[in-house]
Ligand binder design. Structure first.
Ligand code: PLP
Length: 403
């Protein structure tokens, strides 16, 4: 079927002013339908969930739980109660680090890869500080893919958990998760997938992947900020101790102690992001209406075109795989003689928005031997013309900088 990108663009009010938004890996733009769903919730259904018995509270609770069922379907989870709403992917990963981590002892190990975002590094480094555990790092090939012998070496040390990204937020590298999860399980290692850069670009099926935990953020999948998701296998979530304490996550409280609520409320203390859950549901339905495979195919064309264009500019060095089939979401690069921050500012003045810096991946940047990079990232609404405009502006910036 023909992918009508102009029809997609018309659904995003922020794009109507002619900006060239190539920063969707940081946060995606939101279609009208998501904005309207949240507006409708606030204008006709707003009430706090769970605690009320009046009609509005019931309607809000149903809307919130419907959102959970939509996420369950989106991820292919077996049960709706395996979906825990958090603030974002960062909080979802912290939830696991701070609950699963409580049972770890000094002899235990956690495995990470050099591709990880700080959100999937710092919670484990905090655990290292607290428990004196060891962290083992899976290394990279020169093109940014994971080094096979390093995977085998790290897993042979039988870490308690491997926390791994599905797609690199810098190099765009797509990770062969299923294969790695199988190897990890063979070593008795649980796997947490950081799907923050994956969820908008690839069909996820947690049962097929057989991952133990998976985290993503609503705001990177055309939904609102303030809501994220942790998926966990039922048994594992049941076995974990509680995370944040407060209303809603308890069954009983006495002056001596408390008993935890059943899943999923056990991990959802306090008033959750109700309107945001409604927005996330709408965003997932919006993705489904286009089909994630169709979006991914469109984005692959954009990335292939960007790789081609960038490689014709001699001052540009693309980091990571040069094959669009091996990447999703983004491409990072450096430009000889121009600092990424300067480049991004110059392009911003032309209405072309990309990102510069370490992209919350200092260990990866250290490994690559660069302090900062420029990154473009694509989404369902980007066009080939925008990639051309971006490449032209890069060439202009280089010429102007040299003068
Ligand atoms: C790979 C990856 N993991 C985790 C995160 C954290 O997402 P959030 O800031 O929404 O929690 C990001 C954000 O850019 C990311 O790219």
């Amino acid at each position: 079927m023909h992918y009508d990108v102009e029809a997609v663009r018309r659904q995003f009010p922020i794009l109507s002013g002619g900006i060239c938004y190539l920063d969707s890996a940081a946060t995606s733009q939101k279609p009208n339908i998501v904005l309207r769903a949240m507006d409708t919730f606030y204008t006709s259904q707003n009430a706090n969930i769970n605690r009320g018995v009046h009609a509005l509270a019931e309607a809000a609770t149903v809307a919130f739980e419907d959102a959970r069922k939509t996420v369950q379907r989106f991820l292919g989870a077996k049960h709706a109660h395996e979906i825990i709403f958090t603030r974002n992917a960062t909080e979802a990963i912290n939830l696991v680090a701070k609950t699963f981590g409580r049972s770890l002892a000094q002899k235990d190990r956690i495995a990470l890869t050099l591709l990880e975002h700080h959100s999937n590094i710092v919670p484990w480094l905090q655990l290292k500080e607290e428990k004196n555990i060891t962290i083992d790092w899976i290394g990279l090939e020169t093109d940014g893919s994971l080094n096979e012998s390093s995977i085998a070496d790290v897993l042979s040390k039988k870490p308690k958990l491997l926390a791994i990204t599905g797609v690199s937020n810098v190099l765009g590298t797509k990770i062969p998760l299923k294969e790695i999860i199988k190897k990890a399980h063979a070593n008795g290692t649980l796997v947490l997938v950081d799907a923050a850069q994956m969820a908008a670009h690839e069909k996820i099926d947690v049962q097929d992947l057989d991952c133990d935990f998976l985290a993503f953020s609503g705001h990177k999948v055309y939904g609102p900020t303030g809501i994220g998701v942790l998926y966990g296998k039922e048994k594992l979530l049941n076995d974990l101790p509680t995370f944040l304490g407060g209303g809603d996550m308890i069954q009983t409280v006495t002056t001596d102690g408390f008993t935890a609520a059943e899943l999923p409320r056990k991990f959802e203390a306090g008033t959750p992001a109700i309107a945001e859950a409604v927005g996330l549901k709408s965003a997932i339905e919006w993705i489904d209406s286009l089909g994630i495979a169709a979006i991914a195919e469109h984005e692959e064309h954009l990335l292939a075109h960007a790789l081609e264009k960038l490689q014709t500019i001699k001052e540009v060095k693309v980091l990571g795989p040069k094959d669009a089939k091996k990447i999703a979401s983004c491409i990072s690069f450096t430009v000889d003689g121009i600092h990424p921050h300067d480049l991004t500012q110059i392009l911003s003045e032309k209405g072309v928005y990309l990102r510069a810096g370490h992209h919350c991946t200092q260990p990866l940047h250290n490994h690559l031997g660069v302090v900062a990079t420029s990154r473009i990232s694509v989404a369902a609404y980007n066009t080939i013309e925008e990639i051309d405009r971006f490449a032209t502006e890069i060439s202009h910036a280089i010429s102007a900088w040299k003068k």
